[in-house]
Write a protein that binds this ligand. Structure first.
Ligand code: F6R
Length: 240
């Protein structure tokens, strides 16, 4: 794994440039996308580049990592809504080629065929990840099998607490989600992970200096052949 250290502004720009280069080189790239606070500036930079005419997303396909169970795509905390409002509504993407797991209706059936659908598009060329304070990636919490594909998952208590900042009350945070599995993520050809702030420092230490164990889901990335970890000083602070 490669490590890049910079301010949130610097690393977000660098990751956005990775996406832009990827799409310039292969206009029909398959992009793996994340939600949460971490990728917000990355998406803002991608929107800017698209508006400036530096890159077109017309032919790309996207697959998102996860979705809360129980939230319609129109709910303002659903990950479909997040993607539309933070990225898709502002770029020239074909929304029919954007894929976000379903959180309602036949969500289990959709989850069961998600990995095959990704494969039918040729697999993910470039995947962005955030990381949870407990070391989760997507919603793969500690104890998730390294062999997992897309599945229904229970959120850890610490994740519910972390994510409650975005809801009116902690009781409104869904307790379950559909998520790509750890094996699904490892199938991506190239991975970039972004982590900022002291709340992520322990997870980053476990990722970069710890052993590979299912108790630390992100540690599976140690085996990925092309994975770069982008951090700010605070997130990197326990690695020195
Ligand atoms: C979101 C996702 C999660 C987040 C993680 C960090 O699609 O997969 O694993 O990346 O919970 O969230 P933030 O960036 O809000 O700290």
């Amino acid at each position: 794994m490669k490590v890049v250290i910079g301010t949130n502004e610097e690393i977000s720009k660098q990751i956005a440039e990775e996406f832009i280069k990827q799409v310039q080189k292969k206009p029909d790239s398959v992009l793996g996308l994340a939600t949460g606070t971490s990728p917000l500036q990355v998406y803002a930079n991608m929107v800017k580049a698209n508006k400036e005419g530096r890159v077109s997303f017309k032919k790309v396909a996207t697959f998102n990592l996860d979705e809360y169970i129980g939230l319609e795509g129109t709910h303002n905390q659903s990950y479909r809504y997040f993607m539309n409002t933070n990225l898709f509504d502002h770029i020239d993407i074909d929304k029919k080629r954007t894929h976000v797991l379903k959180g309602v209706g036949d969500y289990e059936a959709y989850a069961a065929q998600y990995d095959d659908e990704i494969a039918s598009f040729g697999g993910i060329d470039l995947q962005i990840l955030g990381i949870g304070s407990d070391g989760h990636i997507a919603f793969n919490e500690p104890g998730t099998s390294f062999d997992s594909l897309t599945h229904v998952a229970e959120l850890a208590e610490s994740t519910i607490v972390d994510n409650s900042r975005l809801f009116n009350d902690i009781s409104e945070v869904p307790t379950k989600a559909v998520t790509m599995g750890l094996k699904s993520i490892m199938n991506a050809k190239k991975i970039v992970l972004i982590a900022t702030g002291i709340n992520k420092a322990k997870a980053i230490k476990n990722l970069l200096k710890g052993e590979k164990t299912e108790e630390v889901p992100c540690s599976i990335l140690q085996d990925h052949p092309d994975c770069t970890i982008y951090v700010d000083e605070a997130a990197y602070s326990l690695c020195k």
